[in-house]
Structure formats: structure tokens, C-alpha cells
Design a protein around this ligand. Structure first.
Ligand code: TMP
Length: 188
């Protein structure tokens, strides 16, 4: 319920700032009407600080500020275990065209800037996040969800985790953290 609310709220805020999204209407607390996209089978991951698999892969301490935001892609394919994939490979096997990938990359960086600002105004650091895009009427739009399930969010003062890492790392207080994020989202 709280993710439905948060994702819809964030999508509307992004839409107001020129990011096309799938959002149409919140039907009730659990259901949302969205544009029926053809999903681009990529997990688009944007990172501002090292954390999670990035820290493990490159041996960079969690919380280290990255000098530029980074983007990486995973090919959404359960049978293959969602392998990491680069721009040329994506184009070579026909997951997205060069132009589509350019649109996705530019949009992802813009979403990062907008969300970073949105969250820091609420004393939350946007560490990293995953988004997905879909094709709708020949246009690439933001789809899927944006919530503490798909973003790493840290309290700006205490660095306390307010996202799904509380569940992934067995830290407890998952629902309280999500409610706290929602409270701060609507505080302004
Ligand atoms: P990672 O550090 O595990 O690669 O995760 C990076 C970000 O992407 C983090 O905010 C969690 C999010 N994410 C998802 O939402 N779904 C996924 O399947 C994965 C692998 C990451």
C-alpha cells in the first residue's frame, strides 16, 4: 500500500517536471491504472554513492561518493540471472536501438537529478536506484515502480537505511522506515 502511494506520487512529480511516465490514475490504495507499455527488458541502475553489488564488485567502501553518477544495465532475464550488459551488447542483440538507449540514459540521469534534489530537501540521501522503461505509442516512458523497494534511501543525518536493505540485511523496522519515507515525502 505504501509503495503504491509513493510510486504514484513520485511518478506524478517527475511527470510535472517533464519526465513522461506510465502513471494514469490511482484507483484505490492497492491498484493503479497505468499505460500499457511494452517493457524494455533492462534494469537501469543509477548510483550516486557506492553500495551493494557495486561495492562488492569494485572493492569500494559503502557510502563512498562517486565523482559522477554512474549508470549500469542488467538484462532482465530470470533464466540467465539478470546479467550485467553494456550499451553495445544491448544494441547488438536488439534489446534497444542506439537512439532508444540514448533516450533511456538521458532520462535516467535527469530522473536522478530531480529525485536527488527531491529527497535531499526531505533530509534523505538517494544512494542509488533501479528504474525500468517501456515503449508506449513509439515513445520511451518511465514504467514499473519507484519506491524504497527500488531505491537506496539513507537518512541524511544519521545515515540510517530507510529502504529495502532493512529487509535484505535483516535489520528490522521495514514498515516503519517506509512510513517514515512517506511522511517526509508529503511533508513539503
Ligand atoms: P545492487 O547494489 O544490488 O546492484 O542494487 C542497486 C540498486 O538497484 C538498489 O537501489 C536496489 C535496486 N535493485 C532493484 O530494485 N531490483 C533488483 O533486482 C536489483 C538487483 C537492484
Amino acid at each position: 500500500v505504501v509503495n503504491n502511494r509513493m510510486s504514484n506520487y513520485l511518478m506524478q512529480k517527475l511527470e510535472e517536471q517533464g519526465v513522461p511516465t506510465h502513471y494514469v490514475e490511482e484507483c484505490n490504495e492497492r491498484d493503479t491504472l497505468v499505460k500499457k507499455v511494452e517493457i524494455v527488458p533492462l534494469e537501469v541502475i543509477i548510483r550516486n554513492k557506492a553500495c551493494g553489488s557495486f561495492s562488492k564488485r569494485y572493492g569500494v567502501a559503502e557510502g563512498t561518493e562517486l565523482s559522477i553518477p554512474t549508470i549500469e544495465f542488467s538484462y532482465k532475464n530470470d533464466a540467465l540471472g539478470d546479467p550485467m550488459i553494456n550499451d553495445m551488447q544491448i544494441t547488438a542483440i536488439g534489446i534497444a536501438t542506439i537512439q532508444e538507449l540514448k533516450t533511456i540514459t538521458e532520462s535516467a540521469l535527469k530522473i536522478n537529478e530531480l529525485m536527488k534534489k527531491f529527497f535531499i530537501e526531505r533530509d534523505i540521501i538517494l544512494v542509488d536506484f533501479k528504474i525500468e522503461f517501456g515503449k508506449y505509442q513509439n515513445k520511451i516512458i518511465l514504467a514499473d515502480e519507484v519506491s524504497p523497494d527500488t531505491c537506496r534511501l539513507w537518512d541524511a543525518n544519521t545515515k540510517q537505511k530507510l529502504d529495502k536493505d532493512r529487509f535484505r540485511r535483516d535489520l528490522g523496522g521495514v514498515e516503519e522506515a517506509y512510513e517514515e519515507v512517506w511522511k517526509r515525502i508529503i511533508s513539503k
